[in-house]
Design a protein around this ligand. Structure first.
Ligand code: UD1
Ligand code: CA
Length: 463
């Protein structure tokens, strides 16, 4: 059971608490990541009247299959939420793992260890706990002189003396199903919040002579998210964990403390991530790539040996040994093929830049399809928008676009064709032609600036 119906009032947010992002992923997705490997027979998520929002967001992150959803409306406490889950499941036997939707840092290993402790202890209930430096806000685990768990008291209901206890409840439990039902029938709402607390099940069972065990884990893992400050804290732990994992796989992260990598990112061996770099969403970075300093990659693919520095790359593809920056912006739908370059103060969007083609300085390339070996001179602009519609620019292999050319789309520039500096080019420039002036005049056969007649190209034989 995943309890996620709480209103999250302390977040002061219009967004559902469990949908807030930590390291690029909703809190609830992190919880699902952790419980999935446990392969429970049934998984029920308890949500509120905002169920549709939660279901849709989780589906967008790839979750939904095999999940059952229960609605708890209004949310009247964690024990009441478990009741809603049992209502969805019907007759339940065996053991029940109850976890919260707002503890994104918990690992599969800790959950498995809790289940194992439950099994080996023969207890009716096993709770997950940790001794923390600052227990403020958490339920305190109260033990007797022999160290046996007696009850859990919520921070708000605790006495001064109880608040001195540093062992806290992580909000995760394994119950014997029958004893869970039994305890729920006996939990009341006489507390400061007027809610049905699942934590009261501990005292109910202990009072009846039942055995309640505890499994203690590391402090960092219990981090629950009730406030924005705690959200930042949990996200930081998740990012540190991700960086550590990547470094263990052979990635150099020069300064993990100034590097922000979402949990969904993958990075190849011997890639180097320089400081002040953000790798977000489903970004993948190939082996031996050099990323940063100061790079932001969003849902992009950067391949082997490519370089991206001081640049923003969104939903784009950077091919092997291609280079981006310094000071470049690749907007959605840009594709740099092998060895292509987007240099300083270059913006590209929805364009393909062929193998070894380059726009090294000050250019805007939008809605363009550029072939191989093309040189796009400084100051070139594809004038792709006429105020009403977007138009396409096609530049064929080995063309040479002179500095400050305005290419007024739709335009087509042929193979080995060239444009003169400062020209304004429209329509079609044939293969090998040179276009000069405003509007450009066409000088047939004068375009092959780089002396690259088709036949002379060693790697073009197959064409
Ligand atoms: C809870 C525990 C506390 C523990 C802490 C660990 C209780 C009473 N207290 O406190 O001992 O130290 O977690 O993080 O359980 N929820 C529902 N329906 C409700 C209320 C809550 O589904 O009616 C869900 C919330 O969405 C949340 C989880 O249960 O995911 C915990 O609720 P929350 O209000 O955050 O409890 P805490 O005060 O953090
Ligand atoms: Ca909480």
């Amino acid at each position: 059971m995943v309890l996620a119906a709480g209103e999250g009032k302390r977040m002061k947010s219009d967004l559902h608490k469990v949908l807030h992002l930590a390291a690029g992923r909703p809190l609830l997705a992190h919880v699902f990541d952790a419980i999935e490997p446990l392969k429970a027979d049934e998984t029920v998520v308890v949500t509120s009247r905002r169920k549709d929002e939660v279901v849709a967001t989780m589906a967008a992150h790839g979750f939904g299959r095999g999940l059952r959803w229960a609605v708890q409306d209004p949310p009247r406490g964690t024990a009441d939420a478990v009741r809603a889950a049992l209502g969805e499941l019907g007759q339940t036997t065996g053991r029940v793992l109850v976890t919260a939707g707002d503890t994104p840092v918990l690992t599969t290993e800790s959950l498995q260890a809790l289940v194992d402790t439950f099994d080996s202890s023969g207890a009716e209930l096993c709770v997950l706990t940790a001794s923390v430096t600052d227990p403020t806000g958490y339920g305190r685990v109260i033990r007797d002189e022999d160290g046996r768990v007696r009850k859990i008291v919520e921070h708000r209901d605790a006495t001064e003396e109880e608040r001195l206890v540093h062992e806290v409840n992580a909000g995760v439990y394994v119950f014997d199903a029958d004893r869970l039902v039994y305890a729920l029938d006996r939990v009341d709402d006489r507390n400061v919040q007027g809610e049905y607390y699942l934590t009261d099940a501990v005292e109910v069972l202990v009072t009846e002579g039942g055995a309640v065990a505890a499994h203690r884990i590391d402090e960092a893992e219990v981090a629950g998210v009730n406030s924005r400050a705690q959200l930042a804290g949990a996200a930081s732990i998740l990012r540190t964990r991700k960086a550590t994992e990547l470094m263990a796989q052979g990635v150099t992260i020069v300064d993990p403390s100034t590097t922000y990598i979402d949990s969904t990112v993958s990075v190849g061996r011997d890639a180097v991530i320089h400081p002040f770099t953000f790798l977000e969403g489903g970004t993948t970075v190939g082996p031996r790539a050099q990323i940063g300093p100061h790079a932001r990659l969003v849902s992009s693919e950067v391949q082997e040996g490519a370089t991206v520095s001081f640049a923003v790359v969104v939903q784009s593809f950077v091919g092997p040994f291609a280079s981006v920056g310094p000071f470049a912006s690749l907007r959605a739908g840009t594709r740099l093929e092998r060895g292509a370059r987007a240099g300083s103060f270059v913006e590209m969007k929805q364009s393909v830049i062929g193998e070894d083609s380059k726009a090294n300085h000050l250019a805007y390339v939008g809605d363009a399809e550029i072939g191989r070996g093309v040189n796009v001179g400084a100051g070139t602009i594809t004038c792709n928008w006429d105020g009403v519609a977007k138009h396409k620019t096609v530049i064929e292999d080995d063309a040479y676009i002179g500095s400050d050319t305005m290419i007024v789309a739709p335009a087509h520039i042929g193979k080995r064709a060239a444009t003169g500096a400062g020209s304004v080019v429209k329509g079609d420039v044939p293969d090998d032609a040179l276009a000069v002036g405003i509007p450009a005049r066409i000088l047939g056969g004068k375009g092959d600036k780089m002396g690259r007649k088709e036949a002379e190209r060693p790697n073009q034989q197959q064409e």
